[in-house]
Design a protein around this ligand. Structure first.
Ligand code: NAD
Length: 274
């Protein structure tokens, strides 16, 4: 008879975030909004940050209203303005929040144009937010989280870090750069107890992708590209974020978690008749 007492013990609260603090930058919309709600649902005290304070406030109020309506034991959420294009904003917000246990950051933009047609101004807009704003945020909060003794940093890449198409040059380059930024954060801050990972979505119905969802042919082509044959909705990114934020991922750092419906697993849009 096997010795049942020797079986590994799995904590059923492995994914819980009770007693943890989380700062979600980009929580005014789309994926960030869903993740702010998700982290709060799993017990984190969430600060919703966004360059649009009104939108972040709506998310925080939704978390608090939902907790009040259901009687769930969810710590009250708060909202703060944070503009990643303002170099001093990360430090200003850090002075208010202190080092969080979890940092999630989603803001990015995409200007879809062929490389040969790109203007310097368009390139600056994409790089200023997707790289420079992200870098400064991670520098400030990475330092603080390391000094505090640990935490989980979660960034957002994309399938465009791996596969591209005409018109994605600048965006794809920034999404590949995001992977390397977080791998380097993992390498530099791991000894201080900070883990750093990225989530790479496929296509998700949010305001960022509205130009595509408004175009039926483009929308369907992207649905067909995913093995699952459809787009994601923002709530389908929550599980990955809760995993990376919680002790369930205690040995996971420097990695990229694809939540892409199989987009990067299979090539082409053609199924041979075999
Ligand atoms: N939606 C998709 O299909 C998809 C696919 C792959 C990757 N992603 C990635 O996921 C992340 C989130 O995308 P989304 O679709 O939720 O985007 P979104 O545009 O819906 O939300 C982005 C949020 O960031 C905020 N923001 C914009 N500029 C800011 C700034 N300077 N400072 C602070 N906040 C700012 C916006 O106000 C908005 O609330 C992005 O990094 C994107 O590249 C999205």
């Amino acid at each position: 008879m096997p010795d049942a007492s020797a079986a590994p013990i799995v904590d059923p609260g492995l994914f819980r975030l009770d007693g943890r603090t989380a700062l979600v930058v980009g929580s005014g919309s789309g994926i960030g909004e869903a993740i702010a709600v998700g982290l709060a649902t799993f017990g984190a005290r969430v600060t919703c940050a966004d360059s649009r304070l009104d939108a972040a406030t709506v998310t925080a109020e939704a978390i608090n209203a939902s907790a009040a309506a259901t009687g769930a034991d969810v710590p009250p959420a708060e909202a703060l303005g944070l503009d990643l294009l303002e170099p001093e904003d990360p430090a200003r917000v850090l002075a208010i929040t202190g080092a969080p246990d979890v940092l999630v950051t989603t803001p990015s933009i995409n200007v879809r144009k062929r490389i040969v047609d790109y203007t310097d101004d368009e390139l600056d807009r994409v790089v200023d937010l997707n790289i420079k704003g992200l870098f400064r945020l991670c520098r400030t909060f990475g330092r603080a989280m390391a000094e505090a003794g640990g935490g989980s940093m979660i960034g957002f890449s994309s399938v465009r870090s791996q596969t591209t198409e005409p018109g994605q040059g600048a965006y794809a380059a920034t999404k590949a750069a995001t992977v390397m930024l977080f791998k380097t954060l993992a390498a530099e801050l791991g000894p201080s107890g900070v883990r750093a990972n990225v989530i790479a979505p496929g296509v998700v119905e949010t305001p960022l992708t509205k130009p595509i969802t408004d175009d039926p042919a483009w929308y369907q082509a992207y649905a067909d590209k995913a093995i699952l044959g459809r787009w994601a909705v923002p709530s389908e990114l929550v599980g990955a974020a809760v995993f990376l934020a919680s002790d369930a991922s205690s040995y996971v750092t420097g990695t990229t978690l694809f939540v892409d419906g199989g987009w990067t697993a299979a090539d082409g849009r053609y199924s041979p008749n075999v």
